[in-house]
Design a binder for this molecule. Structure first.
Ligand code: UDP
Length: 334
């Protein structure tokens, strides 16, 4: 199978690339390297079935080039991370809305199938103890830029659904809940890599608010095979699937596990939200998925525990080098 992946140099994308190459696919990655990193692809650069195109999903000609001849496309390219969204609202709106429209048009014309990566963020402040795909979306003020991400992703889903209804585009949607694992950067907000890095460096772990807000972290190694199977199942077209972890944990408890598993002396500090984030941020107290639909379709039943996740992320942080992008560009060009 020939597969194109937008955002393939990102954290989840790069794991997907490895998974699909191992399964025998020919893989083409399109990434503008804004948040993605060539270093994430160091294990596959030079692979005979792998190709990399540097470019933006906002550029139709480049997207067409990446998608040409593909049997399926995974659309993972997006502006993600609370910090990025709040600090650069315009870029994230353009990338996440217009970029997706460009990808939809290109994939439709190419005759490929599409898997669209969406997010649990679209449920907003709904604190249900099990968010199902039909659950209501409770978004905060439109003047708070955090919610523009949820709004944009909701529009993406609506676009995808309309392309399915009106043009018969074979498109499936996955809503990812706090996916974590090796290679994720903490630079744009994400709590697990941030706290693990702090623990390894002996710095205070910054837990925001009272730390009693909860999340269900899912491991990238559980998510990637699931999204692959969903992309191969024609019953998924026109549908959306939650994919999240099945263990709810508070951020304070997460920080405590990190300190213990890393063997760190770091203290845990509660940081008021006003200090942690710029204007436009609002947290959500709770986010718990109901994975029944994905379990029914592809047997999604994530097994990786929070302790294993922390251990793997810490191991990755200890070994990852910070070789600059130019090194990988030279290898790619040769
Ligand atoms: N968070 C935290 N310390 C950090 C970064 C994040 O306490 O250094 C909190 C954040 O306020 C939120 C939770 O961790 O309550 C998850 O944040 P993340 O940005 O990873 O994901 P999201 O908010 O999108 O679920």
């Amino acid at each position: 199978m020939r597969t194109a992946i937008t955002g393939g140099a990102g954290f989840i994308g790069s794991h997907l690339v490895e998974h699909l190459l191992a399964a025998g696919d020919e893989v083409i990655v399109l990434d503008d390297l804004s948040t993605g990193r060539l270093e994430n692809l160091k294990g596959v650069i030079g692979h005979r079935r792998f190709r990399f195109i540097e470019g933006s999903i906002l550029d139709r000609a480049t997207v067409d080039k990446a998608v040409a001849g593909a049997d399926r496309v995974f659309h993972l390219a997006a502006a993600v991370g609370v910090n990025l969204i709040v600090d650069h609202p315009l870029e994230s709106l353009r990338t996440n809305i217009h970029g997706t429209e460009v990808v939809l048009d290109s994939v439709l014309e190419a005759g490929a199938s599409l898997l669209l990566a969406s997010t649990s963020e679209i449920y907003g402040k709904n604190t249900s103890d099990s968010l199902s795909e039909e659950s209501d979306r409770i978004l905060g003020s439109a003047l708070k830029s955090r919610w523009t991400y949820a709004a944009a992703k909701g529009i993406d889903e609506a676009f995808a659904h309309a392309y399915w209804r009106q043009f018969g585009l074979r498109v499936a949607i996955v809503r990812l809940f706090n996916t974590v694992g090796p290679r994720q950067t903490g630079r744009y907000g994400m709590v697990v890599p941030r706290l693990v890095r702090q623990a390894l460096a002996g710095e205070p772990l910054t837990v925001y608010g009272d730390g009693h807000q909860t999340r269900c972290f899912s491991y990238v190694g559980d998510i990637v095979p699931a999204i692959t199977r969903i992309s191969e199942d024609e019953r998924a077209y026109g549908n959306a699937y939650n994919l999240g972890g099945n263990h709810e944990i508070s951020i304070l408890a997460l920080a405590e596990r990190i300190v213990e598993l890393v063997g760190s002396d770091s203290p845990i500090t509660l940081v008021p939200y006003e200090q942690a984030y710029s204007e436009g941020y609002e947290d959500m107290r709770r986010r718990v998925p109901d994975n029944t639909k994905a379990f029914g379709l592809v047997g999604f039943d994530p097994k990786t525990t929070v302790d294993q996740i922390i251990t793997n992320v810490a191991a990755d942080n200890r070994t990852s080098n910070t070789a600059d992008a130019s090194r990988w560009k030279v290898i790619l060009a040769s």
